[in-house]
Design a protein around this ligand. Structure first.
Ligand SMILES: [Zn+2]
Length: 260
């Protein structure tokens, strides 16, 4: 409705005429040039922003390996997740399934990632000496071999029956298996190229932490916790920093293929 008290409202000409020095084409060209410069100087492997969930294994009464150590697995995985998160936080939304020493059910960990509609989830664990070396890393994706065997070949039951007995949440990871395998293979390649690890393996195993994850997800088990006594704090810090740098870089390398 027009206000009748306003009888003659005329914009001054200066308000509707373009500013004399305004050059739209120059502005567009300048923006294009700045974008090009940005692309040229973008670090290798840089990807678009993603939602990344890091899951520090164990917590609370569940110390994981190295229970007798002053730095058990649950502490190690949390410190590692926090360091990886700090590396990625400038470019991505990074969330941890736990940020304190609390116990979490495996299904709740995947539920955090599902709730956030995350692009990928990485569960972090540490192996225990003497079954590992400090420079080894294993990447696992969820794969239940029993469900893939032809009927009658499994000594643990009929695959169709096993599948029918699984709750719905336990089947969520199935439809992401190829992308999780891609994630595992890409992480392997990037971790092999880093100077941090001598040995990187990839395997498919049944993983209760990941079977309910409705997104690409893998479990990464790094190096060693030495079961008796704590490592030298300085050595431990260097070890954590090296792992975190390599894993953060590997995640960046894997993202472009996952976000397509
Ligand atoms: Zn563990």
């Amino acid at each position: 409705m027009i206000d009748p008290s306003v009888k003659d409202f005329t914009l001054p000409m200066a308000a509707i005429e373009p500013l004399p020095n305004f050059r739209p084409r120059v502005l567009v060209t300048l923006i294009g040039f700045l974008c090009l410069i940005g692309l040229l100087f973008m670090p290798a492997g840089h990807s678009q922003a993603a939602v990344i969930v890091l899951d520090p294994g164990h917590g609370g009464n569940d110390s994981g390996t190295g229970r007798s150590s002053e730095f058990p697995e649950k502490q190690f995985t949390l410190a590692l997740a926090q360091k990886i998160a700090s590396q990625l936080a400038a470019r991505h939304q990074v969330e941890l399934t736990r940020t304190a020493d609390i116990q979490m059910a495996p299904a709740d960990r995947a539920a955090v990632a599902n709730h956030l509609r995350a692009d990928l989830m990485i569960s972090l664990h540490t192996a225990v000496a003497p079954f590992c070396t400090d420079r080894s890393v294993a990447v696992y994706y969820h794969y239940d071999e029993r469900l893939s065997l032809p009927s009658g070949n499994s000594i643990q039951g009929n695959p169709a029956e096993l599948d029918a007995n699984r709750p719905v949440w336990a089947k969520l990871q199935d439809r992401h298996q190829h992308r999780s395998q891609y994630l595992a293979a890409t992480l392997k390649q990037a971790l092999e190229n880093s100077a941090t690890f001598d040995s990187v393996t990839v395997s498919g195993v049944p993983l209760v932490t990941l079977m309910g994850a409705d997104l690409p997800a893998v479990l990464v088990e790094v190096g060693c916790i030495h079961p008796v006594g704590a490592s030298n704090p300085q050595t431990l810090k260097q070890q954590l920093n090296g792992y975190a740098d390599s894993i953060a870089n590997a995640i960046e390398m894997a993202l472009p293929g996952l976000l397509q």
